[in-house]
Design a protein around this ligand. Structure first.
Ligand code: GLP
Length: 237
């Protein structure tokens, strides 16, 4: 596990965008695993600028998103579908992009098909991750056990509270989500974890301490052979 310390959010975003661009240079047909949340917004903005300047090309690349609220309409400006369209998908030339369907009638089949699709396309080359304040990755919440594959999950109260800032009220935050499982994330060939701000100090500290526990799902990354953490000073503490 490698830790890159950045002075602030902007440097973290730039460093991450350059690593994604590097991945696409080395392997233009990469499969990217992408995250939503406030943390990667700066990285997506840099990637869009690099694309507009002709410095990065997504034309052979495919993207799979980590997660989506369930149920949620694609048109809702709080859906991760809307978020990805706004920050990246409508602005670059990705060959194809996939997000779990928050409107699926049969969410179980949706999860199964999502895993099959990722496998068919050769699995994820580079997975971008943020961290929840409670240590979640994707929407893999702390608990007694962790799921391997894409699944439907109940959000914890702390995640509902943390994410309420994006909604008009706490009551509007969906109580469930579809998320890639820990197995899908761990199968990625390389993982890039971004952390910015004081509220990521605790989960980052737990990850760096090296003790693996389902009570802090991010700690499982200690078992992955190729993880790069890009964190700003506030998150490192
Ligand atoms: C959200 C998402 C995660 C994200 C995390 C951190 O709930 N499901 O994929 O990484 O929480 O979000 P933020 O970057 O807004 O702090």
């Amino acid at each position: 596990m490698r830790l890159i310390k950045c002075k602030d959010y902007d440097e973290m975003s730039k460093t991450a965008a350059e690593m994604v661009a590097g991945q696409l240079l080395l392997k233009p047909a990469s499969v990217l695993g992408l995250a939503a949340g406030s943390t990667p917004i700066g990285m997506y903005a840099k990637l869009v600028s690099m694309y507009e300047a002709g410095k990065v090309d997504f034309s052979e690349a495919t993207a799979f998103n980590l997660d989506e609220y369930y149920p949620i309409s694609r048109e809702s400006d709080q859906s991760y579908y809307f978020y990805m369209e706004r920050h990246l998908y409508s602005k670059v030339n990705l060959k194809s992009a996939h997000i779990p369907d928050g409107e699926a009638d049969d969410a179980y089949s949706e999860c199964e098909n999502y895993d099959k699709m990722m496998e068919t396309l050769g699995g994820i080359d580079l997975q971008i991750l943020g961290i929840g304040g409670n240590g979640h990755i994707g929407f893999n919440e702390p608990g007694e056990s962790l799921n391997a594959g894409t699944h439907i999950t109940e959000l914890t109260q702390s995640t509902i509270e943390a994410n309420a800032r994006f909604f008009e009220s706490r009551e509007q935050v969906p109580a469930r989500a579809i998320t890639m499982g820990i197995g899908s994330i761990m199968k990625a060939r390389k993982i890039l974890l971004l952390a910015s701000g004081k509220n990521k100090r605790e989960p980052l500290k737990k990850l760096l301490a090296g003790k693996i526990t389902t009570a802090s799902p991010v700690t499982i990354l200690n078992l992955h052979p190729d993880v790069v953490i890009i964190a700003d000073i506030e998150a490192i503490g």
